[in-house]
Ligand binder design. Structure first.
Ligand code: DIG
Ligand code: MN
Ligand code: MN
Length: 412
């Protein structure tokens, strides 16, 4: 094959994207509660050992591209769009006004805002630092984000305490640090009650996001389960205002089954927001786009969510690989992530409605009709063939994943 020079490279990428087919129209994509983070679209490919590979992208450009793709909602950190030292100043008001205008111009909504409490040096000892002045500043920042959320019409506020932990154990008292963190959340919720009244809106849904490590070596609220314990600990003044924003990979990376973690959140009525991405078990937070690593696991996750009435937000919190160009972020990365999600979501609907699976589940729930008093050996014997249906159900889900249930066959 001959070399592909600069100008021909984008043409080749777009021709092969066409050849892939399977894309949905922007109108079809907007039917789903899919949200696009400013920080994901503007991610420049940098990391601890990596220099950026892409140019910066402002919110106007991101919002315009999201409209073109068919992503109807935009999300942001406060400092994705307002420099830390401009927060609380006239420049913040101007920026929020400009964002409002861009959203209106392109027909998008802001669904979620979140406070950056991990990147700036002020968070070196986390937003629940020993220094009271840092904690007071953190409270102000959290309340400021809630205000921005109301000004932009958001319905959710996310809290990702990635720095709430330590590199070296023993320096902090975990119980005290968690109590201080609760004070910050309490302040944000109290501020929200007042701001919601001022803006004549409902209070936001405050969604906590867990992650087991990175940037802190050990994070004090590492899993969604730990956050459920924190919400119900009695430390929060308004636990009814606080729920979860699980991130798929943040559960997978410590070895959990994301679907089971989501099931526990559903049982508590606290699955309010969901960051969707993909990656590898027991590895770092690589934030790959949804469906590129674990499509079968994702199909099972979406079957659970569909059958329990969770229809979004689905927040595309991922990092386009540093190999993808600025043009590729919006011509390949985001559209294909949206399309894989929609395909998996619709497949999940087919699983949920599949007659073979329905009959197998009904048979398993009916049981063998044996008498419990017959004892363990007799009960095991009575059900042993029925339990083969577990593997059959799993095979049927695989068939739906590859389209075999619609008669698709592979050449043999
Ligand atoms: C940190 O990587 C990102 C996401 O994981 C999280 O959803 C967001 C909120 O702080 N920041
Ligand atoms: Mn996230
Ligand atoms: Mn992540």
């Amino acid at each position: 094959m001959k070399t592909v020079s600069g100008g021909d490279q984008q043409a080749l990428v777009s021709r092969l994207m066409q050849a892939c087919g399977g894309g949905y129209t922007p109108a079809q994509r907007r039917k789903y509660f899919i949200t696009g983070p400013q920080w994901a679209a503007a991610y420049e490919g940098q990391a601890l050992f990596h220099a950026p590979t892409r140019k910066p992208v402002g919110f106007e450009e991101v919002i315009r591209h999201f409209e073109e793709i068919g992503i109807g909602h935009w999300t942001t950190h406060d400092t994705d769009v307002i420099p830390t030292d401009a927060l609380g100043t006239e420049r913040q008001e101007e920026t929020v006004g400009a964002i409002r205008k861009a959203l209106d111009k392109h027909g998008l909504e802001c669904s979620m805002v979140t406070t950056e409490t991990f990147h700036h040096a002020v968070w070196a000892a986390s937003p629940a630092a020993e220094a009271p002045e840092v904690r007071e500043y953190a409270k102000w920042r959290l309340a400021n984000t809630v205000k921005i959320g109301h000004q932009l019409g958001a319905r959710f506020a996310v809290y990702w305490p990635g720095s709430l932990g330590y590199q070296v154990q023993g320096a902090i008292d975990e119980t005290q640090t968690l109590k201080w963190y609760a004070e910050g959340l309490n302040h944000a919720c109290e501020a929200d009650i007042a701001l919601a009244r001022e803006y004549k809106r409902d209070t936001l849904k405050h969604c906590m996001e867990a992650k087991p490590f990175e940037p802190a070596a050990e994070i004090l609220l590492p899993t969604s389960d730990a956050m459920l314990a924190f919400i119900f600990s009695g430390l929060l003044k308004h636990p009814e205002m606080v729920g979860l924003n699980p991130e798929y990979l943040h559960e997978l990376m410590w070895g959990a089954a994301p679907r089971a973690a989501l099931a526990r959140a559903l049982l508590c009525g606290k699955l309010w927001h969901f960051d969707i991405n993909d990656g590898y078990r027991l590895k770092h937070d690589v934030d790959i786009a949804v469906g590129l690593v674990n499509p079968l696991d994702w199909l099972n996750v979406l079957v659970l969510l569909r059958t329990h009435g969770y229809h979004g937000p689905f927040n595309l919190d991922y990092k386009p690989p540093r190999t993808t160009s600025n043009h590729g972020v919006f011509s390949v990365s985001f559209p294909t992530a949206v399309d894989r999600f929609i395909t998996l979501w619709e497949m999940a609907g087919e699983v949920a409605g599949d007659p073979i699976i329905h009959e197998a589940v009904a048979a398993l729930k009916a049981g063998a009709g044996a008498n419990p008093g017959e004892g363990a050996a007799a009960l095991a014997e009575a059900n042993k063939e029925l339990l083969t249906l577990h593997e059959l159900i799993s095979h049927r889900i695989f068939q739906i994943l590859v389209g075999a249930h619609q008669g698709r066959v592979y050449a043999v």
